[in-house]
Design a protein around this ligand. Structure first.
Ligand SMILES: Nc1ncnc2c1ncn2[C@@H]1O[C@H](COP(=O)(O)OP(=O)(O)OP(=O)(O)O)[C@@H](O)[C@H]1O
Length: 335
């Protein structure tokens, strides 16, 4: 494992410490009434592999698009290697694999990677890019005659072609089967082992835990947790206690013994607790035991609690709401 979270924040107008690949400081971005990114502070050190984890509409793609200079922030500062994103992209320091990349028909894999490489000042050798992307045997194959998994590898090779120091991958394994996923992550790790920096977005905590040094959970456009997979897993220890609120107030719940997070789903309260016995005793004292259930918390439960997800509402529509409106998100934590 390489270096984990630095916990430092680069403030606008201050010098960026050497070794910082990515710096977001107080970044916001709205789309009409929707607040897609709501005050994002994030720093990624060179050499880290970081997963940006969040449910649909959490703000992952908007964050990535601002990082790549494809979208200007509404306010705040985005820096890549201490520079404006567009400058770092032009210099070939960043390679990206976005969700909507379309393959170019009728050229071979090697021709396409060669074309792309030629547009960068210090490209990767084409054979090396093909090898790293797991395409060594497909160089002569036409792009439009590849399987979905192979086409995804071509997009990975395109991202590598400029020999970037930072690779940004927006949901790179979406639509890949299990075997193709495994091959993809194998390739990605080969690139990371060279000391490069990787930022990838995903919906899946397991995937983040398997492939990242550090997991940054975002929800409603802000960081709600930031730490190693092991630290996030530790938080997944404990239990979940749920019960019917039956009109009772939610005010005292977060202060009950053992409770680390509270989520309200309709008329049900879901408490994450490190001491379910103490929590249940306290609930009994408050006469809040109707429909009581206690269960061990898994990784996905931890993620749902971190993001306040689990209801049937549109997360995009909720973007305009504050955490307090939503009730009971845990505070931003570094774990
Ligand atoms: N161009 C746009 N116009 C209007 N709203 C947008 C636009 N792009 C994003 N949004 C909204 O901003 C919010 C964040 O979207 P974003 O695509 O960044 O989320 P995401 O975490 O990448 O989601 P997903 O996992 O579904 O790809 C959502 O509510 C989305 O509907």
């Amino acid at each position: 494992m390489r270096a984990g979270a630095t916990g430092r924040t680069v403030m606008a107008g201050t010098a960026v410490p050497r070794g910082t690949a990515v710096g977001f400081s107080g970044v916001t971005r709205n789309f009409g009434a929707v607040r897609a990114v709501a005050g994002l502070d994030l720093e990624i050190a060179q050499g880290e592999t970081v997963a940006l984890l969040g449910r649909n509409g959490a703000g992952k793609s908007t964050t990535i698009n601002m990082l790549l200079g494809l979208l200007p922030p509404g306010s705040g500062t985005v820096r890549l290697f201490g520079d404006e994103p567009a400058a770092a992209v032009r210099a070939g320091r960043v390679g990206a694999m976005l969700q909507d990349g379309k393959p170019v028909p009728r050229v071979t894999v090697r021709e396409l990677i060669g074309f792309v490489a030629a547009t960068y000042p210090h490209p990767m050798d084409v054979s090396e890019a093909l090898e790293l992307a797991g395409l060594a045997d497909f160089g002569g194959r036409r792009i439009d005659r590849l399987s979905g998994g192979q086409a995804q590898r071509v997009r990975f090779a395109v991202a590598l072609a400029g020999n970037p120091e930072l690779l940004v991958l927006d949901e790179p394994t979406a639509a890949l089967d299990v075997e193709a996923r495994r091959a993809f992550w194998h390739s990605m790790r080969g690139y990371a082992r060279r000391g490069n920096t990787i930022l990838f977005s995903t919906h899946y905590l397991e995937e983040a835990d398997d492939h990242a040094d550090r997991i940054v959970v975002i929800d409603r456009g802000r960081v709600v947790a930031d730490g190693s997979g092991a630290a996030i897993k530790r938080r997944a220890g404990g239990s979940l206690v749920s019960f019917d609120l039956a009109g009772a107030g939610t005010g005292p719940l977060s202060g009950l013994p053992g409770v680390t997070a509270v989520e309200i789903r309709g008329d049900r309260a879901l408490l994450r607790t490190s001491d379910s016995d103490a929590t249940v005793r306290a609930l009994a004292g408050l006469d809040l035991i109707r429909g009581l259930q206690v269960s061990p918390a898994g990784l996905e439960d931890a993620f749902l609690l971190l993001t306040g997800a689990g209801g049937d509402t549109d997360p995009g529509a909720e973007n305009a709401r504050t955490p307090a409106d939503h009730g009971v998100l845990p505070p931003k934590e570094t774990v």
